[in-house]
Write a protein that binds this ligand. Structure first.
Ligand code: ARG
Length: 401
């Protein structure tokens, strides 16, 4: 029987050419799998037909948009995960869900190998292959761009020679990856890290310099999950989409960073994640009133470690799973409403309320009705400073000798 290879298919030039390229190099049949993670753009049926037109023996589209929002974006939100304090893991969280569907398709279509279009320099090859090793340890991996010398020029020549139904003339200088959680743009002119991004780079966000009138929004959460916007019930996917639209119109969530790739390279990336950044801001502010101080401080450390693991392709690892359990436990009381103003590139919280809040007005107030006994503070401070005071006494004693 002819060997079969499942290819992660985007519909773009590289993966379209990869279908025939892999076929010629290996003699295998190629099954193209496109996964909908809310990337928008062309219809998935158009993409499916193109795969068939490029020689795939089967083409399969997995609608994973709700699954991606519920099982990948929501955990990222609960963790307030920002890699290096900036990047909400847009591409990093899409790889594991794509892997899940690739492995499923490999089983269904009797494939022995999974292929992806990543280069040998990035994080995504690692995320794909570590994921495949974990979910389908018997499956082999192949990356035509990395392993079969499929360069851009060769791809264009191949598409023209074979008359593939794909545009080869439109020259996009950027490498773009997008889904409902956000959009990532790199390469070309952006590789000079002093160059400011030009207007044409952005798609999810309008220029924050010329914003429309301020937009006030109320986001309701239940146990860390967004459940309503302005009182209207929403699914996580709908919440992200709605905030992509509203926060995007105000230019919220533009990020320009040089980040540390897993492979040891520093690289510049422009992100747009209006919905993600508005949601993370709101969620963090709700945690500020609903999570106890020590748990909150520790959770910040856990969230940072979680972001690093996910960035580094360890989505399916035991440590990530253990951190998930911790984060989930912290979300029990993260319920309530956050009101925020979206304007001119910023999402600024201006009100919060929660039935499970730890904010105690009577303890906090400086007005009458204060229930806090200030006389307790003196003794507390005496003991709190005792250890350092004893040590400092020793310093003076030793220095005097
Ligand atoms: N640097 C990001 C990451 O490693 C995004 C990778 C894909 N970016 C792109 N523009 N194709 O998660």
């Amino acid at each position: 029987m002819t060997e079969r290879i499942v290819l992660a298919y985007s519909g773009g030039l590289d993966t379209s050419v990869a279908i025939g390229w892999i076929g010629e190099a290996t003699g295998a049949e190629v099954i193209a799998v496109a996964v909908d993670v809310g990337q928008g753009g062309e219809s998935l049926e158009t993409i499916r037909q193109r795969a068939l037109g490029c020689g795939a023996v089967e083409a399969y589209v997995a609608d994973a948009s709700d699954e991606f929002a519920n099982e990948y974006c929501v955990p990222t939100l609960k963790a307030n995960a920002l890699y290096q304090g900036h990047y909400p893991l847009v591409s990093a969280i899409s790889r594991p869900v794509i892997v899940k569907h690739l492995v499923k398709a490999a089983r269904e279509f009797g494939a022995t190998t999974v292929a992806h279009g990543c280069t040998g320099k990035g994080n995504d090859q690692v995320r794909f292959e570590v994921g495949i090793q974990t979910l389908g340890p018997d499956l082999k991996c192949i990356a035509p761009v990395r392993d079969l010398a499929l360069t851009r020029d060769k791809a264009i020549a191949f598409a023209e020679e074979k008359g593939l139904p794909i545009e080869t003339t439109k020259k996009n200088p950027y490498s773009i990856d997008q889904n409902v959680w956000g959009r990532a743009v790199e390469t070309g002119y952006l590789e000079d890290i002093w160059n400011a991004p030009t207007k044409d780079i952005y798609d999810y966000t309008a220029a924050p310099e010329f914003p429309p009138a301020p937009d006030e929004v109320t986001i309701s959460f239940e146990a860390g999950v967004p459940v309503a916007i302005d009182g209207v019930k929403v699914t996580p996917l709908q919440a992200i989409r709605e905030l992509n639209r509203r926060a995007g119109a105000q230019g919220v969530g533009r990020i320009d960073v040089v980040e540390d790739r897993l492979v040891g390279i520093k690289s510049r990336e422009i992100y747009e994640a209006p919905g993600a950044m508005a949601l993370i801001t709101a969620h963090k502010h709700l945690e500020d009133i609903t999570i106890e101080r020590e748990q909150a401080r520790f959770k910040a450390t856990v969230g940072q470690r979680w972001a690093e693991l996910v960035y580094d392709g360890q989505w399916f690892s035991p440590l990530k799973r253990s951190l998930d359990a911790f984060i989930e436990d912290t979300q029990k009381y993260v319920s309530g409403d956050i009101r925020m103003v979206l304007h001119g590139g910023q999402a600024i919280v201006n009100g919060r309320r929660s039935e499970t809040s730890l904010y105690d007005f009577d303890l906090a107030t400086y007005d009458t009705g204060d229930t806090f006994d200030q006389s307790m503070a003196r003794g507390f401070i005496e003991l709190w400073g005792m250890s350092a005071k004893v040590a400092s006494g020793r310093d003076i004693r030793v220095a005097g000798k």
